[in-house]
Design a protein around this ligand. Structure first.
Ligand code: ACO
Length: 322
């Protein structure tokens, strides 16, 4: 066994925090605008924009390709060699194959030689993967690559106007380094209510089906509850949030959650209008966009909040900065 693949052994028991030292995003080249959908479905730009906030979504590629592209960028940004990564966690609910995990293909594409596995918590997946990845730092992993990637277009019936207008494809990634002390992950909250799994589902080989109104109603409530729980765990209040990075499913859901949390939209990361709902990719895409556009400064408190099929929900509080 190589020294790399033995991560954890000699450090087991040491408790470390993590720091985000690099991030990357990837979107397919092909844009599908509301006008494109208008041309082939019984829908309108006005309906889609008013009801969802989405103007276009990107379609194409495979989950593995998009994940590898975002992860490669994150490694470059972190100045991290592939050999230094000690664990890859890929959040997706659209794996390229049933077996093996898509993380295996990403590992191969990037030339990594570490453990690699997929996490499926639907649209909450990236935050689940982040918390799981950070947890391994507590038992000795020194560098963890966390990716959220989904090709929702593959499980969306493009002839069904109630779902075809909502979803898109993409990926986002972060590199986490173990650091001495508490690190940047200040608090988290992961939750699930499996009795609600009928609200949003796709059978193996089938298309996504959703009770949109019911998902909407519950999404706002679980976002607010989860955000409050994570902030309390971090020992902070909602007034301390510098940037909210919510799951990008519907502008109306985000607006309603922001109102209840008392966080203004100016302090909320939004990419939904350009990406649609990219499931596990949506939070790292919005985080990357916020970082790129100068919305984040060293020391900022960043609150990630996801919800999705399961129903699942997940929040994480990060202290941004090198
Ligand atoms: N264009 C035009 N009309 C449409 C469209 C469309 N694309 N889609 C639905 N309609 C019609 C419906 O048929 C309905 O018509 P009717 O009144 O004649 O019956 C009318 O618009 C209203 O439909 P609703 O479903 O009631 O519309 P609503 O305001 O609830 O918006 C939406 C629908 C956008 C899906 C909303 O409910 C929503 O965003 N829900 C949450 C979805 C979500 O977040 N899903 C992702 C979770 S993440 C994950 O895990 C993948």
């Amino acid at each position: 066994m190589s020294e790399r693949s033995g991560a954890g052994g000699s450090h087991l028991g040491r408790t470390s925090g993590v720091a985000v030292v690099g991030w990357g995003v990837a979107l397919p080249d092909t844009a599908v605008t509301n006008a494109d959908l208008e041309a082939r479905l019984d829908t309108s730009d006005r309906w889609i924009t008013e009801r969802t906030g989405i103007r276009e979504r990107r379609i194409g590629g495979t989950t593995g390709q998009l994940a590898a592209a975002a992860a490669r960028q994150a490694l470059i940004a972190a100045d991290a060699s592939p050999g230094s990564v000690e664990l890859l966690v890929l959040a997706t609910s659209t794996p390229d194959q049933q077996i093996p995990a898509t993380a295996s293909a990403v590992q191969d594409a990037l030339g990594l030689s570490c453990g690699a596995f997929d996490v499926n918590a639907a649209c909450s997946g990236f935050v689940y993967a982040l918390v799981a990845g950070a947890g391994t730092a507590g038992v000795g992993a020194r560098r963890v690559l966390v990716v959220g990637a989904d090709v929702m277009s593959r499980i969306t019936d493009q002839g069904d106007r109630s779902t075809a207008v909502l979803f898109g494809d993409g990926a986002g990634a972060v590199v986490l380094d173990a650091v001495e002390g508490p690190g940047q992950l200040l608090g988290w909250d992961l939750g699930s209510d499996g009795s609600l799994r009928h609200l949003l589902q796709a059978d193996v080989g089938g298309y996504i089906r959703m009770e949109g109104k019911e998902v909407f109603r519950r999404a706002v409530r679980v976002m607010v509850d989860s955000a409050e729980a994570a902030m309390a765990r971090a020992g902070l209040t909602l007034a301390d949030v510098d940037l909210l990075v919510p799951h990008q499913a519907n502008t109306r859901i985000i607006t309603a959650a922001c109102e209840r949390l008392g966080i203004p939209m100016e302090r909320t990361a939004m990419v939904l209008d350009r990406t649609g709902n990219t499931s596990a990719a949506s939070i790292p895409l919005a985080l990357g966009d916020a970082a790129q556009s100068g919305m984040l400064a060293k020391g900022d408190v960043v609150l990630l909040v996801g919800f999705g099929a399961g129903m699942s929900w997940a929040s994480a509080v990060l202290r941004w900065g090198p």
